[in-house]
Write a protein that binds this ligand. Structure first.
Ligand code: CAA
Length: 257
């Protein structure tokens, strides 16, 4: 793998993925996205992994899709390559996925962070959808996920002016979960991952699926979906262990069974 570094056992039950095109500010070219898709699929099926953390480096999480790779493409090139189909696979990751963002998270970089379930950012992080400045518009969920996350007025402003927001603003808009000093953003994301990794991975997977369903459906259908997933947890050993541990006043030991 050329543009992705993976540490599947960075900490117990947690896999760390690093985007690794530092000179290009982790611009998301086709190969990088394919590598990311493949590695996420592998980790999603790896029983020892419960939570995945995705990060870049201090200067950039990712500065967007690779402009140099796209610049001379025709509509038919774009249609036939269908670069965003890899993103559909990434979105299907069933395990909790946390973005640890420092520096630029722009265009496709912001969209990739939003594809994750939670975002922990350093104080130096900058988010934005600057595609309008290069004569295009967001193409990997920017108009959809950003609007759902921060509302129409703010999303319109970011998408139509291409302006960046800093981490504090992103936090106050509800786009991200936490802002911490740059020295500890990755450690903080790992702490969050570790907290989730103590839970039943089956319950976590079903809960993630249910929260995501709320964006796809109306309330009645969403509640029905949630209830079925709740009932489904009762066929796991983890449910028996979790409730028994509560009654016995001890820490549960979840096995993902
Ligand atoms: N694609 C390709 N290369 C990129 C890139 C991108 N998105 N972003 C940065 N780079 C490259 C630069 O070309 C430069 O390479 P060279 O040294 O070979 O010239 C290198 O990374 C460092 O970048 P800068 O010299 O520009 O660094 P800076 O600190 O002066 O500026 C920046 C940083 C503000 C992030 C600036 O690089 C920038 O504006 N980048 C583009 C951001 C952007 O428009 N993103 C949206 C892309 S389109 C998209 O993402 C579509 C979608 O919806 C999926």
């Amino acid at each position: 793998m050329e543009f992705i570094k993976v540490n599947p056992s960075y900490q117990k039950h947690i896999a760390l993925i690093e985007l690794n095109r530092p000179k290009e500010l982790n611009a998301l070219n086709l190969q990088l996205m394919q590598e990311l898709r493949d590695v996420l699929k592998e980790l999603d099926q790896d029983e020892s992994v419960r939570v995945i953390v995705l990060t870049g480096n201090e200067r950039a999480f990712a500065a967007g899709a690779d402009i140099k790779q796209m610049a001379n493409k025709t509509t038919i090139d774009m249609l036939m390559v269908d670069q965003f189909s890899t993103w559909d696979q990434i979105r299907k990751t069933r395990k909790p996925l946390i973005a640890a963002v420092s520096g630029f998270a722009l265009g496709g970089g912001c969209e990739l962070a939003m594809t994750c379930d939670m975002i922990v950012a350093s104080e130096t992080a900058k988010f934005g959808q600057p595609e309008i400045k290069i004569g295009v518009m967001p193409g990997a969920g920017g108009t959809q996920r950003l609007t759902r996350a921060i509302g129409k007025a703010r999303a319109m402003e970011l998408v139509l002016t291409g302006k960046f927001i800093d981490a504090q603003e992103a936090l106050s808009f509800g786009l991200i979960n936490k802002v911490v000093p740059v020295e500890i953003y990755l450690a903080e994301a790992m702490n969050l991952a570790n907290e989730i990794a103590q839970m039943s991975p089956i319950a976590a997977m079903l809960a993630k699926e249910s929260v995501n369903r709320s964006f796809e459906t109306h309330l009645d259908e969403g509640l029905h979906f949630e209830r079925k997933n709740f009932y489904l947890t009762f066929s796991s050993e983890d449910q028996k262990e979790g409730m028994k541990a509560f009654i016995e006043k001890r820490k549960p030991n979840y096995k993902g069974k």
